[in-house]
Design a protein around this ligand. Structure first.
Ligand SMILES: Nc1ncnc2c1ncn2[C@@H]1O[C@H](COP(=O)(O)OP(=O)(O)OP(=O)(O)O)[C@@H](O)[C@H]1O
Ligand SMILES: [Mg+2]
Length: 222
């Protein structure tokens, strides 16, 4: 099956871009020419350099014009709907859908913003984008304390709309380790026996080692 995923998270800063980039690199290594799509990105120092958009463009093989990777960019560190309002900028749901359609049905990755109920515009949250684009979901979850609650709520919200979950990836995106790290995955597996849990990917400062660890954890998805 052609690997195509929507990468969401239990929260912001959990490792979605790390996971999305690793999936794209694996796709390239396996002979695909994947599309990368980060339709909404906020909290940018410079609108010309969307951090996530550029990382995904590079990971996908750098063939794609940045304008089709990254559609709506905001400086304010706010949910996209709020950032657009503050910066008096219009966004277009139709453009999100038509840009996505222009990628065709090959391999690729869409990265959301924050978690499922983050507002993208006045009418759509991230979960509505998942529903509209009809992609299987990869959920990125912290491997630290709090993740049983956040992951359970996220999986319940996806199940309520019958959205397909390809995997949950547990990631240590912070150097702090707490005693829950060793227990979270087993508890979540017991709660959701039909969901595939990957990781935990350890916290690794060195970029090369980190990239390899993410690719190892995700290799069964590509
Ligand atoms: N396993 C890891 N080891 C070390 N650093 C990590 C790891 N996972 C994530 N990070 C770091 O944590 C930060 C957040 O990760 P990332 O940008 O992937 O999160 P995100 O969910 O995409 O955030 P956003 O909601 O802003 O898009 C980044 O600086 C990233 O390099
Ligand atoms: Mg990101």
């Amino acid at each position: 099956m052609t690997p195509r995923y929507f990468v969401t998270g239990t929260d912001t800063g959990v490792g979605k871009t790390q996971v999305s980039a690793a999936l794209l690199r694996l796709m390239v290594k396996r002979g695909h020419r994947p599309f990368a799509f980060k339709p909404f990105e906020s909290g940018m120092a410079s609108l010309d350099a969307p951090g996530d958009g550029l990382a995904l463009q590079q990971a996908g093989g750098a063939w794609q014009p940045l304008e089709t990777v990254s559609l709506f960019r905001f400086k304010a560190p706010l949910a996209p709907a709020m950032a657009a309002k503050r910066e008096r900028r219009a966004t277009s749901w139709r453009a999100v859908r038509s840009t996505f359609q222009s990628f065709g049905d090959g391999a690729g990755v869409v990265e959301g913003a924050g978690g499922l109920r983050v507002p993208l515009d006045s009418r759509h949250d991230v979960i509505d984008a998942i529903e509209a684009l009809k992609l299987p979901v990869v959920v990125v979850a912290r491997s630290a304390l709090g993740t049983i609650n956040h992951t359970t709520l996220t999986l319940e919200a996806l199940a309520a709309r019958r959205l397909r979950v390809a995997a949950v990836v547990m990631v240590s995106s912070q150097p702090t380790v707490d005693p829950s790290v060793a227990l979270n995955k087993a508890e979540l597996e017991a709660r959701f026996p039909r969901v595939r849990f990957l990781g935990p990917v350890p916290f690794l400062e060195a970029a090369l080692l980190r990239a390899r660890a993410f690719e190892r954890a995700l290799s069964t998805l590509v």
